[in-house]
Design a protein around this ligand. Structure first.
Ligand SMILES: [Zn+2]
Length: 210
């Protein structure tokens, strides 16, 4: 994740915006260009308070990814037409109560929903999708070599080309949470999958019928 210097961000925003304004209204070019001199610190951006450090920025972005734009408890009331909610002002840091028509409120909320297929999170470096598989294989190879080439019955080349095994739901649960979902919490016995019922499709698995 990139961390952007606040001062730099302000200047970039100013530069982009002024150029955009000039492209829209070239006759006002001279007037717009003056803004570089009169507003030498750049234009206002709302980032200062939460973006003091890379850690703060990471926390802020992480929160944005995991939570909706407005927490439910900030919606005070809805009378069938108007929504009353509160927010903290970025300038004064004080609570502000606002009343909006329901449709306007929804419109403001919708702006925060990314378009279909838009990636909110991108992985770089060794976490990038294509590299991650290779890294995984390298770790596999290391294990293989450490075991004195005994763990797997094939050559190094064959092993490298092998598709990495996908872990099952049960294996993932054991690896990540140290919990075996198939083990009974009461007696510790391994349970048998009896049936799966899904709201839309009904019974999608029944023991002995599949
Ligand atoms: Zn049991």
């Amino acid at each position: 994740m990139a961390y952007l210097e606040y001062e730099y961000f302000r200047k970039v925003w100013q530069y982009k915006l002024i150029n955009y304004m000039i492209s829209k209204r070239p006759e006002k070019k001279q007037e717009y260009l003056k803004l570089f001199k009169t507003k030498s610190d750049g234009f206002y951006i709302n980032a200062k308070s939460r973006m003091k450090s890379a850690r703060g920025a990471a926390r802020y972005i992480g929160r944005y990814l995991a939570r909706p734009a407005i927490a439910e408890y900030r919606i005070i009331s809805y009378d069938g037409e108007k929504v009353t909610f509160w927010y903290k002002s970025h300038e004064t840091n004080e609570k502000v109560v606002e009343v909006l028509e329901a449709e306007r409120f929804i419109g403001k909320l919708l702006m925060h929903i990314p378009p279909k297929y838009f990636k909110m999170v991108r992985a770089y470096g060794i976490y990038a999708g294509s590299i991650r598989v290779k890294v995984k294989r390298c770790f596999g190879l290391l294990k293989y070599i450490k075991s004195g080439y005994k763990a797997i019955e094939c050559t190094l080349e064959e092993y490298w080309k092998k598709e990495p095994k996908k872990l099952t739901y049960r294996e993932l649960m054991i690896r990540n949470f140290s919990k075996d979902p198939f083990r009974c919490k009461k007696c510790g016995e391994i349970m048998e999958l009896w049936e799966i019922w899904q709201r839309k499709y009904g019974y999608i698995y029944e023991l002995g019928k599949c």
